[in-house]
Design a protein around this ligand. Structure first.
Ligand SMILES: [Zn+2]
Length: 269
């Protein structure tokens, strides 16, 4: 029967194909087993399985991965730290890394060369880094050419240490206007929650103020230079997580809205 012959031909083909697949699986399994126990010279085992978090370094624990978090859906919050690096920045990184929490640091360019090691650590450990100008002036009091120079010099001072030019600006004192935004040529990152940690250094007051004002999409202003802030940070992180928040960097927070040069952002979606 034609139909029967056609069927048996098809079956034979299917069996042959299945055997071929099985043989291929066995070969692959044998190859994987033979290279799996140790990285043989020149063989990159499971190269695709390595998470693209940051350069592997001895003793570095990867930060909690939040790259795929959609902040239009998740309750996101971005903690930001201004005016560093300071003598306390390393201790802030210790606290954040112990909590596997990420954050964004807006650096004063003039401070970067004094503490390049801690800046490299911020960069390598996956924290976001932004420009807080070279000398921390009130940019609204400067002519456009000097605004440009302050922002560009700050970016160069950071790039000299990290190898990467920052692509966002936190204007000193949060002060900016249309002239500053146009001259900056970067997205301008403001905040909707201030800890006022420069005015009142007590950890309890800092924690209370942040937790009372934070909401989904908030950008929180802190400073990695006060001991009270250092004490408050792990408490704030724990309280935010208890409320269901995911900690993200500013670029992660604004990933779905995009970040345009000359635009100003106070909070995320
Ligand atoms: Zn500042």
């Amino acid at each position: 029967m034609v139909a029967g012959e056609a069927m048996s031909g098809w079956t034979r083909g299917a069996v042959a194909a299945a055997l071929a697949v099985l043989a291929a699986v066995v070969v692959v399994a044998v190859v994987v087993r033979s290279v799996a126990p140790g990285p043989a010279a020149g063989v990159r085992v499971r190269a695709r399985a390595v998470p693209a978090v940051s350069a592997p370094e001895p003793g570095v624990r990867p930060l909690r991965r939040v790259g795929r978090t959609d902040c239009r859906v998740a309750r996101c919050v971005a903690l930001t730290f201004d005016d560093g690096p300071s003598a306390l920045t390393g201790a802030f990184l210790d606290e954040l890394e112990a909590e596997r929490a990420t954050a964004t640091f807006f650096l004063i360019g003039g401070h970067v060369a004094e503490r390049p090691g801690v800046v490299r650590r911020e960069f390598r450990h996956g924290f976001a880094i932004g420009d807080h100008t070279a000398h921390h002036p009130d940019l609204t009091r400067l002519p456009p050419a000097r605004v440009r120079a302050e922002v560009a010099l700050g970016a160069r001072q950071i790039a000299r240490v990290t190898g990467v030019r920052p692509r966002m600006l936190r204007p000193p004192f949060g002060r900016q206007d249309a002239t500053v935004r146009a001259a900056a040529r970067m997205p301008v990152i403001e905040y909707d929650v201030t800890s006022l940690d420069w005015r009142r250094h007590g950890a309890a007051a800092i924690e209370r103020r942040v937790l009372a004002r934070v909401r989904p999409g908030s950008i929180v202003l802190l400073h990695d230079r006060y001991r009270g802030t250092l004490i408050a940070v792990p408490r704030i992180v724990a309280a935010l997580r208890a409320r269901g928040y995911t900690l993200v960097t500013v670029p992660q927070l604004l990933a779905t809205t995009g970040m345009r040069a000359g635009a100003v952002y106070f909070r995320g979606p």
